[in-house]
Design a protein around this ligand. Structure first.
Ligand SMILES: NC(=O)c1ccc[n+]([C@@H]2O[C@H](COP(=O)([O-])OP(=O)(O)OC[C@H]3O[C@@H](n4cnc5c(N)ncnc54)[C@H](OP(=O)(O)O)[C@@H]3O)[C@@H](O)[C@H]2O)c1
Length: 332
């Protein structure tokens, strides 16, 4: 497993990270034993970046990670934790809280649930519109000074917020959706990250499974986030987007790899400063994803993919209107 450095000041991490969200939330039922086995298999393969959030399954995801690390390996991994998204007992999203006191409170609970002395990268899941980013980052910087956090990250914020935050404390990485069909980051944000020396951890590189080559019309309407709330998985949008997948499949077949491997390798090929996070929930999916690390797409491959799936090829937005409204990264 090769490594990449997250920004100028961030840690050196495996070239592929594992996101744990789907093991607790949003993508339908997950199998606990298989989730643990998948995390262990990732560690065995040399994955050293694990991403979670305190709100993924309302603490469930952090407790799962604690259990996975009970067998050892904590010192080898970088744990990235998102905070700030608030939910009610039914799991409904009820806003964001990134006030300084809330930051410290969330961190205290995460440290306890994870059973660790420090969090490696700590980040607000979204910009809290009621709190200046300087205050939020200032509070995390105090946690850094206290030895409870090693690095500060951000998630789904735009260039102006990146600059303001970075002026308070160096930002290691921006976590943001980036895939062959989600290219908004190329419109200024990526350039800002590069100018400031901020790394990128790309999520949704398979567009939540849509461009993995394993999604189909038969799975439409599944009662999870994708089937219910994601515009790209609905009706005519889904037909169109699955048509794009077939174009990628033709190229993947010629290369002798899978669609998911092409999609992951495409993100990795966009720069040495980018680390794709994959949301594998099973060892089989993980093995496929890890296979992408051996795939180097040539300039000719990338040009063919660009022709088959141009930047704005997808039908439907990446989030519904309600969720898009809170994306600072979309306010350009
Ligand atoms: N900062 C943010 O706002 C934000 C938002 C979302 C996620 N994230 C983080 O990013 C991580 C990854 O996001 P994501 O899960 O949406 O990304 P993803 O990797 O695009 O999608 C993961 C889903 O794709 C399907 N899949 C099919 N083949 C796969 C393969 N070979 N490897 C992996 N998955 C495959 C799986 O669904 P099935 O198992 O149903 O087939 C899996 O759950 C999350 O776990 C989370 O930590 C961050």
């Amino acid at each position: 497993m090769q490594t990449r450095k997250l920004g100028r000041t961030g840690p050196q991490v495996s070239q592929l990270g594992l996101g744990l969200m789907g093991m607790s939330d949003l993508y339908g039922p997950a199998d606990r034993a298989e989730s643990l086995a998948t995390i262990h298999a990732a560690l065995d393969a040399g994955v050293t970046l694990l991403d979670t959030g305190d709100f993924y399954g309302m603490g469930h995801n952090e407790l799962l990670l604690r259990e996975a690390l009970a067998a050892g390996g904590r010192e080898r991994v970088n744990i990235s934790v998102k905070f700030g998204a608030m939910r009610d007992p039914d799991g409904n999203w009820i806003g964001y809280d990134a006030r300084p006191a809330a930051v410290k409170n969330f961190a205290a609970y995460s440290l306890k649930r994870l059973g660790v002395e420090h969090i490696d990268i700590y980040r607000p899941a979204r910009l809290d519109p009621a709190v200046p980013i300087e205050d939020t980052v200032g509070a995390i910087a105090e946690l850094v000074k206290a030895g409870r956090v090693r690095h500060i990250g951000l998630s789904e914020v735009g260039s102006e917020t990146l600059r303001r935050a970075h002026a308070v404390h160096p930002i290691a990485d921006l976590q943001i959706e980036y895939s062959m069909i989600s290219r908004g980051v190329e419109d200024g944000i990526l350039q800002t990250c590069r100018e400031l020396g901020i790394g990128v951890t790309a999520y949704g590189v398979l567009s939540r499974g849509l461009i993995s080559g394993h999604w189909s019309k038969q799975r439409a309407g599944e009662a999870d986030f994708r089937g219910r709330a994601s515009p790209r998985f609905q009706g005519d949008n889904l037909d169109h987007n699955l048509g794009l997948v077939e174009k990628v499949r033709a190229i993947a077949d010629e290369l002798g790899v899978s669609v998911a491997q092409v999609a992951i390798a495409w993100v990795a090929a966009q720069g040495e400063d980018i680390v794709p996070l994959v949301g594998a929930r099973t060892r089989a999916r993980l093995t496929e994803a890890l296979g992408a690390t051996a795939l180097r797409l040539t300039a000719a491959d990338l040009a063919r993919l660009e022709k088959a799936v141009p930047a704005d090829a997808a039908a439907g937005e990446r989030y519904n209107a309600h969720a898009t409204a809170v994306l600072d990264s979309e306010k350009r």
